[in-house]
Design a protein around this ligand. Structure first.
Ligand SMILES: [Zn+2]
Length: 267
């Protein structure tokens, strides 16, 4: 239990195209969040997540700051303003919903997603490396998950890919656990056979069988089919397709039109 973060406020700078320096972070905390330094036990800039973790004296103080300041203040980068998420580090997961039309409100998204758990917030994600500051269409839902969300769902008739950390990828067609290099019908038959075998062996052997079945399911989940979107940013997709285009395109002028700036940003 000693490794768990307690009473911790997360100021999430990962929405920015660049990492802010300590001076920028201090200015943001002082001017916008108005946190009393005396109420802070520990302040840590997490290098991997590009977040600032602020451990406060008690959870009430942390929740008060989060409720007052979540997405209320912006930080400028690349000539654009980015609203900074501020939330308490808890059991909530950031779920990214990729393909909804921009005209669909966040309230509609929240109403649909509450079937999967308790909604904390819904926000529109912005482009970071390319088209800086323009909404990229992705909705980020902070949610305490009660159950897993399939890789593809429909909201008001609109099919969309969904991704989050520790997601169990599912097949777009049949909704079963993803089955790479296997047709839906074959996957269904295999699952049915597994279930029948498990029911027929009510002894030690059945335990082994069950274990094998579980292992097999896990190995499928570890190898999602190619069209399943794992938690990958829109920009990574753009960058990859751009690189593919550069490789395949022998005409230097047209490939330059989409050349990314030579910068090393975070993923
Ligand atoms: Zn399938």
């Amino acid at each position: 239990m000693a490794t768990v973060r307690r009473n911790t406020l997360v100021v999430d700078f990962s929405v920015l195209p660049v990492k802010p320096n300590a001076a920028d972070i201090e200015k943001f905390l002082r001017n916008n969040l108005e946190i009393e330094m005396a109420s802070i036990k520990n302040l840590q800039c997490h290098t991997i997540r590009n977040c600032t973790f602020i451990e406060m004296r008690d959870i009430v103080a942390a929740e008060r700051v989060a409720s007052m300041h979540h997405l209320k203040h912006s930080m400028a980068a690349g000539g654009k303003n980015f609203n900074i998420p501020v939330y308490v580090e808890d059991a909530a997961t950031n779920v990214r919903i990729h393909d909804l039309p921009p005209g669909m409100s966040n309230e509609v998204v929240a109403e649909h997603m509450k079937a999967y758990g308790k909604i904390k917030s819904v926000a529109r994600e912005l482009w970071k490396k390319f088209f800086i500051g323009i909404p990229n269409g992705v909705r980020v839902v902070r949610i305490e998950l009660d159950k897993h969300i399939p890789s593809f769902i429909r909201i008001q008739g609109q099919l969309t890919a969904v991704s989050y950390k520790s997601q169990i990828p599912t097949c777009r067609k049949c909704g079963r656990t993803a089955h790479p290099k296997q047709k839906c019908s074959a996957a269904a038959a295999q699952q049915k056979k597994r279930e029948e075998e498990t029911m027929e062996l009510p002894n030690v052997a059945s335990v082994q069988q069950k274990q094998e079945a579980t292992n097999s399911i896990h190995s499928v989940a570890d190898n999602p089919e190619p069209n399943v979107t794992i938690d990958i940013s829109t920009e990574q997709v753009a960058e990859r397709s751009n690189k593919r285009q550069q490789r395949s395109n022998s005409h230097p002028v047209s490939s330059c039109e989409f050349n990314p700036p030579p910068q090393k940003n975070q993923p």
